[in-house]
Design a protein around this ligand. Structure first.
Ligand code: NAD
Length: 714
């Protein structure tokens, strides 16, 4: 079945992209072949003046979402990639060279190859719909645009704007695209075709003059059009990219290289260089890994669902109990998503602080132009603080975020059961306590569920949903739907102490503690983790979480799992010394605004320093393999259903580097045999059982398997 349908009506051809049996349109080998035939047909008809204009349109909400990622993933050699990019460019060039008016009528996502196709048209129009999104997000897959995007976009919208869009993979709305000249007109969605035809007629009849090149402001002209200005621009772009990516992601740096070498030069040379660099990047491990993460992300945006459950109705009102770091953050996020939320604490100061923090976040969204100030003012009013349960009676979902203490949490749930609606879901944001222990004393334990947000709530994309033995299917789907409605990615895990992510993460944080107790400087431990690609070191992370909170969770895990989760004594000592982390401005680091400097007092807490020399490699292995061992245990116990859940959870919940495709994908590159060998050595050297490889790992070695079963470990 064909994806492209051509109609010709009074000299105007309309080409509709509509891939059958798919919600989206993508450019793949088949659609490109069809496009070649259609362009040839149009070329003939244009020469006989049967056709004077072409309008390219699409199914609703997706113009063209990009090139087919499966085909990019399947590329195995640099030459194959170069050839694919060159063929694609030749086809789009033949569209560009048609001697007729060409116009892309954009009615939805117009990304990657889709935007490159639109850029090969002489005009672009779009609708006012929020579904209209334009961008070249290729760098997010570890590649650069390959169908001419690095050449045509900067030439159309200017070097500075073009660089900004390409290097960050920025996606913009139709309105912003109009402002920067990426589209020529915006029309109401219902009149896109009629208005596009009128627009084309006006061009044909000479009522719309050819576009004038907008005169650049003096400073912009200096930066873009003089060798000295360009050097400043490219150096600045490079330093911004390095700051953001720490050099782990080659694609944006290569995009700068391509544009630097080609901007203002012959476009054919530019195309050739673009294909060459696209070819280099398409076969890198980073690109292949980022594609895996892309698939995981797409899959988990839809999954998991509970069989037999229908879509629940929208949540109209929420309650949050506890206005600390987490409760305050959760209330802000709920209000941001236009849901009224009642926020209760026992302490006025906590409420005041939570409202101040929330209003700071709204202000910052306004500053970053993500929100209009009128919307920010309206949204902040959706949070209503209270020290009683007044107003909780009609909440659809109530989230508890009080201190990490089972007795306090049980008491809160008992109180909630008395005064809330019988249909309300009770969710706990506990970091480590089993949900069943909170639910078991209630009349309706099926309504209780874990909804574990990560800190900071507005930034971290993941929530862990924890179902107890008694949680009903209805409660699970309501909670999943709610979490998605406030923009979170969901994983569903089993009810064990620490659940999935904290159990794995604490193995790593704890190991960092043991390394420091053993004489390693904590700044170095942080450096080692960052050099591997973690967004921050384990010690910095402890400061963010709060050393008291971390210690409490670590102790709960130790009490539940025994000696293999024995807490490093460093946390306890730091907590006792009042070094609570960022919130107290002093922890392992002294926090001054955005700056942090190492706190020398920490070293006074370490009594028995062996000053044993240890390589960075061994220190890193101890931290990473502790996580891998714990993750394997989680699979063994069914806490996570499969490795994919762990990988997406660690990337989205802890910032595990996406270019490594996930903790367990990374483990597979090492191989279970080597991991087990090292763990056994660590156990022998330290005499501590925390390194003992779990049965799951041992079985993997026996069977010569990787975590991703089919792919046998090397
Ligand atoms: P916090 O100490 O900052 O805040 C707890 C708040 O609860 C305080 O303001 C306190 O006054 C209030 N409170 C105590 N008893 C109450 C009651 N009966 N009714 C109403 N309010 C009450 O703690 P936090 O860091 O926000 O953690 C809250 C929960 O979230 C804990 O279970 C914690 O384990 C979990 N959690 C924390 C993090 C983190 O990084 N801090 C991350 C994920 C989950």
């Amino acid at each position: 079945m064909s994806s492209l349908n051509l109609k010709i009506d009074k000299e105007i051809a309309q080409l509709e992209f509509d891939q059958p049996d798919s919600k989206v349109n993508v450019l793949n080998t088949q659609t490109m072949r069809e496009l070649v035939n259609i362009i040839s047909e149009l070329k003939v008809k244009s020469q006989s003046r049967q056709v004077k204009a072409l309008i390219i349109t699409s199914k609703k909400d997706v113009f063209i979402a990009g090139a087919d990622i499966k085909e990019i993933e399947g590329i195995t050699s640099k030459n194959e990639a170069i050839e694919k990019a060159q063929i694609g460019k030749e086809i789009l060039n033949s569209l560009h060279d048609l001697d007729i008016i060409t116009l892309a009528a954009i009615n939805g996502a117009c990304l990657g190859g889709g935007l490159e196709l639109a850029l090969a048209c002489k005009y672009r129009v779009a609708t006012f719909s929020a579904q209209v999104k334009l961008g070249l997000p290729e760098v997010n897959l570890g590649i650069i645009p390959g169908f001419g995007g690095t050449q045509r976009l900067p030439r159309l919208i200017g070097l500075m704007r073009g660089l900004n869009m390409i290097l960050a993979g920025q996606i913009i709305s139709g309105k912003d695209a109009l402002k920067i000249g990426l589209v020529d007109r915006l029309f109401p969605e219902s009149r896109l075709m009629e208005e596009s035809v009128l627009f084309v007629r006006d061009i044909l009849d000479g009522r719309i003059k050819p576009k004038r090149i907008e005169k650049k402001r003096l400073f912009q002209a200096f930066l873009e059009d003089t060798p000295f200005g360009r050097a400043i621009l490219f150096n600045q772009a490079k330093s911004n990219v390095l700051k953001r990516t720490k050099g782990f992601y080659p694609a944006p740096l290569k995009a700068i290289e391509v544009i630097r070498r080609t901007y203002g030069r012959n476009i054919a040379t530019g195309f050739r260089i673009e294909s060459e660099i696209f070819g280099e990047l398409a076969v890198t491990e980073v690109s292949k890994n980022l594609i895996k993460v892309f698939y995981l992300n797409e899959e988990f945006k839809k999954l998991p669902w509970v069989a037999g459950q229908t879509t629940p109705r929208k949540v109209n009102k929420c309650g949050v109990v506890g206005a600390g770091i987490m409760g305050g953050g959760i209330a802000q996020l709920i209000a941001y998503n236009d849901i009224p939320v009642r926020l209760k604490d026992i302490n006025y100061d906590a409420l005041k602080k939570a409202l101040n923090t929330a209003s700071g976040l709204f202000e910052s969204a306004v500053e970053k132009k993500r929100l209009k100030s009128s919307d920010a003012e309206r949204k902040i009013c959706l949070i209503s603080p209270t020290i009683t349960y007044k107003g909780f009676g009609n909440a659809d979902i109530i989230i508890e975020a009080v201190a990490e203490d089972i007795n306090i949490k049980r008491r809160v749930f008992k109180e909630l059961e008395e005064m809330s609606s019988p249909n309300a879901v009770f969710a706990s944001n506990t970091s480590s306590l089993p949900i069943m222990e909170m639910a078991e004393t209630l009349r309706s334990p099926e309504r209780v569920i874990g909804l574990h947000f990560f800190n900071p709530v507005h930034k971290m994309p993941l929530v862990e949903i924890i179902k107890s033995q008694k949680t009903s299917g209805e409660t699970i789907v309501k909670t999943i739907a709610f979490a998605r409605s406030i923009g979170k990615l969901v994983i569903v895990v089993k009810d064990v102490p620490g659940f999935l992510i904290n159990r794995i993460l604490f193995a790593y944080l704890n190991e960092a503690g043991f390394l420091i107790e053993g004489g390693m400087r904590y700044e170095r431990v942080d450096d080692i983790a960052r050099t591997f690609g973690m967004p921050m070191g384990p010690v910095e992370l402890m400061d963010e979480v709060g050393i008291d909170v971390g210690y409490k969770v670590a102790k709960i895990l130790e009490s539940r799992y025994g000696r293999r989760m024995q807490t490093s004594s460093l946390l306890e000592k730091a907590g006792h010394a009042g070094l609570l982390g960022k919130k107290a401005k002093k922890g392992f680091y002294i926090h001054r605004g955005k700056k942090k400097i190492p706190n020398p007092d920490i070293y006074k807490l370490i009594e028995s320093r062996h000053y044993k020399t240890m390589s960075d490699e061994i220190a890193l292995k101890r931290m990473l393999y502790s996580m891998i061992n714990e993750a394997a245990r989680c699979l063994e116990e069914g806490v996570a259903d499969r490795p994919h859940t762990i990988d997406i959870g660690m990337i989205m919940g802890t910032g595990f580097p996406p270019f490594r495709a996930g903790l367990l994908r990374y483990a597979d590159t090492i191989g279970s045999k080597d991991i087990v060998k090292d763990l056994k050595n660590f156990e022998q050297e330290s005499g501590h059982e925390r390194f003992r490889p779990c049965d799951y790992l041992l079985k993997m070695v026996e069977r010569n398997e990787g975590f991703y079963n089919q792919e046998v470990a090397q």
